[in-house]
Design a protein around this ligand. Sequence first.
Ligand code: ACO
Length: 323
Amino acid sequence: MSYARIKGTGSYLPARVLSNQELERIVDTSDRWIRERTGIRERHIAADGETCGDMATVAAQRALDAAGLAASDIDLIIVATATPDQVFPSTACLIQQRLGAGPGAIAFDISAACSGFIFGLDLASRYIGSGGARRAIVVGAETLSRVLDWTDRSTCVLFGDGAGAVVIEASQTPGIVSTHLHSDGGQEPLLNVPWGISQGYPALDASNGTIKMRGNEVFKVAVRTLGAVVDETLEANDLQRTDIDWLVPHQANIRIIAATARKLAMPMDQVVVTVDRHGNTSAASIPLALDTAVRDGRIQADDTLLLEAFGAGFTWGTALVRY
Ligand code: ACO
């Protein structure tokens, strides 16, 4: 058995920035409402024809560069996404080819909505821990703008596009210290995109092909559930709240993030916040936030990080990381 440690991070955001002021011209909303209720000021939107795989490729290449590795060094590629390029092959196989990772590596996608990156990190660290892989790329990438109803003010102001990635590799010392994952399929009606291929290609329109969310109910479950899984993580590792250097949360809503920080008695300057500039990028949000804080020098080697996510499913979880 060996440990898995983060060796490099990378991310990508589309060039197009959509501000709250522009949204005021699209739906009956206000910059003030969006900032006060969510903390979001702007989000990035993929260009016409720009896909999840395009963004994932750039983020993964930047993570490889940061790690000082070549794609041919990688033997496992996991892409977490709810908005893949194609039915198949997986986006992971598409980026394997584009990155130039050699044939033979394991590559597949996973679907766990906003928790997808944490679920992918868990899987990759287990592969490495059991000797099934030595070096892995885990990517979270989303083109959520493609599944938004741009007439529904309760959802279209919340989401954005982007990709983030980490390279992890086998190590003698703990990096991904522990992961704590959960799901509850009984909560599906609160948050979904209720269109799917196996339903027999029902006519696709805004009533079924876009995100539906009972936001207020999701909010309450998210705050309660994240508080509980943070406790679970601290107890499992016999840690005090003060042992955490950085909280790197899923970026859905600044009020949910602040509630989790309060639970940890953590000042907001130890919390990595990107929701103001990125909006909610689902599976991409945690690796985007992580890469931001690594590149601006806040997160340093050996810092203890708590990554946490909550999303459709419901799915939720944490990863305790020694960076
Ligand atoms: N602009 C102006 N008013 C709005 C807007 C808007 N964009 N959207 C909703 N409102 C109105 C509502 O119509 C409502 O009006 P009413 O009181 O006259 O009926 C009022 O604002 C309050 O609406 P609420 O839904 O109660 O607002 P809330 O404070 O709960 O904020 C929000 C809504 C931001 C969606 C919040 O509930 C939230 O963040 N929920 C959790 C989201 C989340 O974490 N999702 C999980 C991850 S996403 C994934 O997995 C894909």
